[in-house]
Design a protein around this ligand. Structure first.
Ligand code: NAP
Length: 255
């Protein structure tokens, strides 16, 4: 048997959160490994920068200004990708938000907004993408969860975020089992502390030294380091991998 391919040549992908941080780097990384990419983020985000970077890899890209909490936006985004790039086969769901408040003081609206974007947004994204993948004969989805779905971050009061990410991991397993006999694999990647705009938030930025001390590898990840694990899970090299969570955390969860 030949060595399986770790590339995504000539497949069509959709990436949410593609205007910033991990999602942007993953959208470009998918293009670098051969995919054409629909790039989804909120209206007003810098999707043009992502599309331009993908263009310089020689692959095609389309900007999809949309909100992952709106099912109609996601249906429209999938339709645009399929019209402009071809049948959808791959998806990465990286759109997310984070903030903090002590649990005893957290207003219900703050809890609900994080759950709406980080959990319901991933479900609605998977639903729109999954409908296309099932219709097209199969494919693969990677949801960006977090090590915060496995551990509670030392010093961060973010019960809503941590709970939303644990739920993404269980959502991933549930969808994997629903769609496994129809050619669709669903996995999650759980980054550890990663240098992105999300970690420039004031309550987080002052803790970077602590994050590095809590990480056996002694530093935060770069966004580049999320590309290999995500491409692996999307590729044929992972043809027998579904419903799993791949921690990319520099060893945080070992301690
Ligand atoms: P980021 O730079 O803030 O990127 C997240 C992107 O998602 C932003 O462009 C954001 O737009 C967009 N977004 C937010 N709400 C949206 C919505 N309703 N619809 C569409 N797009 C929306 O953050 P990041 O660090 O790259 O995070 C990417 C993913 O990795 C998130 O799911 C995050 O939870 C996860 N993660 C990050 C870390 C880390 O250390 N950075 C660790 C573990 C997991 P706005 O900027 O306009 O809000």
């Amino acid at each position: 048997m030949p060595v399986p391919s770790f590339r995504l040549d000539d497949s069509v992908a959709l990436v949410t959160g593609a205007g910033s941080g991990i999602g942007r780097r993953l959208a470009i990384g998918l293009a670098e490994t051969g995919a054409d990419v629909g790039c989804l983020d909120l209206p007003g985000s810098d999707l043009a920068g992502t599309v331009e970077a993908i263009g310089s890899t020689g692959r095609r890209a389309v900007a999809l200004p949309a909100d992952v909490t709106r099912a109609e936006d996601l249906a429209g985004a999938v339709a645009t990708v399929e019209r402009d790039l071809g049948p959808l086969r791959l998806a990465v769901n990286a759109a997310g938000i984070a903030n903090a408040a002590p649990a005893e003081d957290m207003p219900p609206e703050q809890w609900q907004r994080v759950v709406d974007v980080n959990l319901t947004g991933v479900f609605l994204s998977c639903q729109a993408e999954g409908r296309a993948l099932l219709r097209n004969g199969g494919g693969a989805i990677v949801n960006i969860a977090s090590m915060s779905g496995t551990i509670a971050n030392r010093g961060l009061t973010q019960a809503h975020y941590n709970a939303s990410k644990a739920a993404v991991m269980q959502l991933t397993k549930s969808l994997a089992t629903e769609w496994c006999t129809r050619g669709v694999r669903v996995n999650s990647v759980s980054p550890g502390y990663t240098a992105t705009p999300m970690n420039l938030r004031p309550e987080v930025a002052e803790r970077v030294a602590q994050f590095e001390a809590d990480t056996p590898l002694g530093r935060m990840a770069t966004v580049d380091e999320m590309v290999g694990p995500t491409v692996f899970l999307l590729s044929d090299a992972a043809s027998f991998v579904t419903g799993t969570d791949l921690l990319v955390d520099g060893g945080v969860t070992c301690w």
